[in-house]
Design a protein around this ligand. Structure first.
Ligand code: GTB
Length: 217
């Protein structure tokens, strides 16, 4: 069955992996499923046809036969459940991997998003200078905890899982801030994720959309 996802026609970051279709592309690459991409403009995202797929008028969406999904956590979970490669067979290890997926979107991503929005949307406000350090410290608090748990391990719980895919995707957003480099084991963890061939294929495919050049790999 053909899988179709939606992505930005023009990503604000120029296609450098920060838009959330990257994590869906990455999951599909990890499990070896081909997919098609329907590119949408900001206007099209708010039009009825797209709103029928995504109530909040965002990307990415995921269509497979008569199934239509939104929310990257749910989409990656669906891919991981349907195709082998992203969740362990052992029931307990599987439950722990799913826990890490939730932790990524529910516990680690919120302070990172708050930080990104504070910079992007509120940077010019008179109170921004005072607030930024507080918001940055909330990110540091979370990363400190995550860093302590990861320790010297390659991945969060044994072999690479959908939990790592989601966590690395969430952490990537911090790269340009320098905060990630304050935690060398987390910076190395993210670099390990980015070095996976499946990630590189996903990244190249998204970049190609935005540069008009064919994917490298
Ligand atoms: N919780 C949802 C999910 O995980 O699927 C969030 C989806 C979401 O935020 N989608 C964004 C969107 O459609 C694109 S990824 N925004 C348009 C809108 O809301 O109108 C967020 C994003 C966009 C661009 C960059 N960038 O260029 O750096 C980074 C992140």
């Amino acid at each position: 069955m053909t899988i179709t996802i939606t992505a930005f026609e023009r990503s604000p970051d120029g296609g450098k992996g920060l838009a959330r279709d990257t994590r869906v592309r990455w999951a599909l690459e990890e499990v070896g499923q081909a997919y098609e991409v329907r590119l949408v403009s900001f206007d099209a995202m708010k039009a009825p046809a797209h709103l029928a797929l995504h109530p909040f008028g965002q990307i990415p969406t995921y269509e497979e036969g008569d199934l239509a999904l939104f929310e990257t956590g749910a989409i990656v979970f669906h891919i991981a459940e349907r195709y082998p490669g992203l969740l362990p067979q052992d029931a307990n290890a599987r439950a722990r991997a799913i826990t890490w997926m939730f932790a990524a979107v529910n516990t680690v991503e919120p302070p990172i998003l708050e930080f990104a929005n504070a910079k992007l949307l509120e940077g010019d406000k008179p109170w921004a200078k005072e607030r930024m350090p507080l918001v940055a410290d909330r990110v540091r608090d979370r990363l400190k905890q995550l860093s302590a748990r990861l320790g010297e391990a390659d991945w969060l719980d044994g072999a690479f899982t959908a939990g790592d895919l989601m966590m690395v995707s969430v952490l990537l957003r911090l790269r340009s801030s320098g905060i990630l480099d304050e935690f060398p084991n987390l910076a190395a963890y993210v670099a390990r994720g980015e070095a996976r061939p499946a990630y590189m294929r996903a990244f190249d495919a998204q970049l190609a959309v935005n540069t008009g050049k064919p994917p490298i790999s």
